[in-house]
Design a protein around this ligand. Structure first.
Ligand code: PXG
Length: 469
């Protein structure tokens, strides 16, 4: 037993030592962490965070795709305080409910746009994106059982997708490294290719042609499995953790045609893309498709407190409610009153400050224009954005678009230059990605682009010195 007193202030070294001794981090090589010591993030304001050494960092990742309204919002703290003093917790099992959960479900149902014959009147709550996708698997299977088609079990997803880290979430995801460590995927989940034009487009093929071809992989898979075996297709509107893979314009309409043709359910995993990130409350509106289930988490509270859930479309809700009886699924924290109160306050800010409209309008245009200027940088193969997410690929040769060897870990080189120069940008292989708060001003967009360009210049210099370019 140690004699640690949590109320004593700690210096960076002490925190790092205790961190390495007691805290198992997600997705972290602990040998490496122990040698280098974690960076300790201690406070935040607006679009900035500070570390324990007083270094100020422009957080272009909004924490981890979460903090859409920016840091330091008093209204969210107040909402949590007020709710904690009124009713910090009660469960929603056993025919009980609480006021913030009811209000939030009603609010979300009002924000989710109706598309064609699909509307969303119901919400299932969880505490994270992973749990929500587990709930999706349960709901999809229950749906087909109730319709007398229990053989419809297979859920099709995509390689390089990210749908969470629980057994079902990681199985739905298409990350080979995750599958390799947990005997995953669990049965009845399979994957098709992702719509990554830069990587998989054929010479002479346009992005639109490629989009149709990539969507066609879904139809091929359905026919291979037998349509009567397929329960659902799950996809992120834009693949986020996979490196901000933005599909060509033809992709989603063709996916919609295919799921309609075979009657399979469509799950839109909007854990990253909802709540203004693409300029709409929900991203299916941006791309014009009609999902049956929509996963959300992260920015529903701007990350101030954990909350996730599933928008349950009428097609599924009707069957589960009218024919289902008791659904044997749920979490202690489904509809947590404090989390729901914070979400309501967060959505209030987004509405008052018109954050989705801002991203869809002039501010989004300005961001897109400034970001696209990175296409002139010698290290950049292509720089693309959609709303307030953006990605670029680092290339060895701008003319031939030759890629770096994965062993060169160029993304990590660039990320290090970002970190040591006041910028948080994420590396996924040779892709550098950002998802900044939706509150960015013109001046902050200019500052962000200056920081990115500086990090790219330093990366270029280092790669040149190492003889890699
Ligand atoms: N779906 C999507 C689309 C996600 O991006 C999840 C589900 C799982 O959510 P939870 O709340 O269970 O983590 C996510 C999460 C990264 C990174 O490295 C991305 C996520 C999580 C952790 C790291 O970009 N996304």
């Amino acid at each position: 037993m140690n004699t640690f007193n949590p109320s004593e202030p700690l210096g960076t070294k002490e925190i790092q030592t205790l961190d390495s001794a007691h805290f198992i981090h997600p997705f972290t090589d602990h040998g490496d962490l122990a040698t280098r010591g974690a960076r300790v993030i201690t406070r935040s304001e607006g679009v900035y965070v500070w570390d324990s050494e007083g270094e100020k960092l422009f957080d272009a990742m909004s924490g981890l795709w979460c903090v859409n309204v920016g840091y330091g919002r008093q209204a969210l703290a107040q909402a949590a305080y007020d709710q904690m003093m009124t009713l910090p917790f009660y469960n929603s099992f056993f025919q009980t409910t609480n006021v913030p959960a009811v209000k939030l479900a009603t609010k979300l149902a009002a924000l989710a746009p109706k598309v064609g014959d699909r509307s969303f009147e119901h919400v299932f709550f969880s505490s994270s994106g992973s749990e929500s996708n587990d709930s999706n698997v349960r709901m999809v299977r229950r749906y087909w059982d109730l319709l007398g088609q229990p053989q419809r079990k297979v859920i099709i997803s995509r390689h390089n997708a990210y749908h969470g880290s629980t057994m079902a979430g990681a199985s739905l995801g298409g990350m080979s490294g995750m599958h390799a460590q947990g005997d995953l995927p669990i049965p009845n989940i399979t994957h098709i290719g992702q719509p990554y034009y830069f990587e998989d487009g054929k010479p002479g093929e346009t992005a639109d042609e490629f989009g149709l071809r990539a969507a066609g992989w879904l139809e091929e898979k359905i026919l291979e499995l037998g349509a009567d075996k397929v329960a659902a297709f799950i996809a992120e509107p834009i693949q986020g953790a996979g490196g901000v893979i933005i599909p060509p314009a033809t992709y989603w309409p063709e996916i919609q045609r295919i799921v309609d043709k075979y009657g399979i359910l469509l799950i839109s995993d909007e854990v990253i893309c909802a709540f203004g990130r693409l300029g709409h409350w929900f991203a299916y509106e941006k791309f014009g498709y009609k999902p049956d289930l929509v996963t959300f988490a992260k920015a529903v509270t701007s990350g101030y407190i954990p909350l996730g859930g599933v928008m349950v479309g009428d097609r599924v809700a009707k069957v589960l409610i009218e024919q289902g009886g008791e659904f044997n699924h749920g979490y202690t924290y489904s509809g947590h009153p404090v989390a729901c109160a914070v979400a309501l306050a967060n959505l209030d800010i987004m509405e008052q400050e018109q954050l989705p409209q801002r991203v869809r309008g002039e501010m989004g245009d300005y961001f897109a224009k400034r970001y696209a200027e990175l296409n002139d940088h010698p290290l950049v193969g292509v720089a693309e954005s959609c709303g307030f997410v953006a990605g670029l690929v680092l290339v060895k040769n701008k003319q031939t678009l030759e890629r770096f060897n994965p062993d060169d870990a160029v993304g990590m080189v660039c990320r290090r230059h970002c970190f040591t120069n006041g910028l948080i940008m994420r590396a996924v292989g040779d892709r550098m990605i950002i998802a900044p708060p939706l509150t960015l001003t013109h001046a902050e967009i200019d500052e962000l682009l200056r920081l990115i360009r500086h990090a790219l210049d330093l990366t270029q210099r280092e790669l040149h010195q190492k003889g890699l370019i």
